[in-house]
Design a protein around this ligand. Sequence first.
Ligand code: MN
Length: 228
Amino acid sequence: MTTYAIELPSIVGLPILGTDALFPVRRVYCIGRNYASHAIEMGHNPDREPPFFFQKNANNLDSSGIFPYPSHSNDVHYEAEVAVMLKKGGANIELDKALDHVFGYAVSLDMTRRDLQGEQKKMGRPWEIGKAFERSAPVGLIHSVENIGHFEDTTIKLKVNGNLKQKGNLNQMIWKVPEMISYLSEYFELGAGDVILSGTPSGVGPIVRGDVMEVSATGLGSLRVIVT
Ligand code: MN
């Protein structure tokens, strides 16, 4: 039997609607600028250029409904996104087979230290410090494909303290879910337990301690997150 020299790190398990079984997280990929409206508000060209991805850590995903304001930032932004959970992986996945790899979907937030991300961008450095910090990806209950199927036409919204800040539709994505899966699988070997955050529509902005964020999407319910 294999033994380990230190205590085993825990596996991150996310709750699934309708079952006590958890979804184990392996890797987290996030796409940048996947809605034209958000690309424009960030000062970029909204044309369909090749997609780009960054990663968060598995244990940055958090379903507690609490977001502790992170250190070393005075400009932390919400980005409402739909997360895609994979049940099987592979390399070079064909576009028309890509959705067969999806276990389910959930609402999520790609929380961002925008000031630190901006400094890194200016210096041409990687973004981890702005993106991959503790509890930086609140995630709602996973809705399995078995129960809800797939969808392209789904409204996603984000409210802060009851005020609507973001509203978009998954049909506005520059790169659709099957395309993201197929593209990623050309560069990485995807695996069961991988999660893809599918990008945010326009309207991103800052939060402060005490704010309540609520992200919702048609068919995926909602997630309330308190900033502490
Ligand atoms: Mn994002």
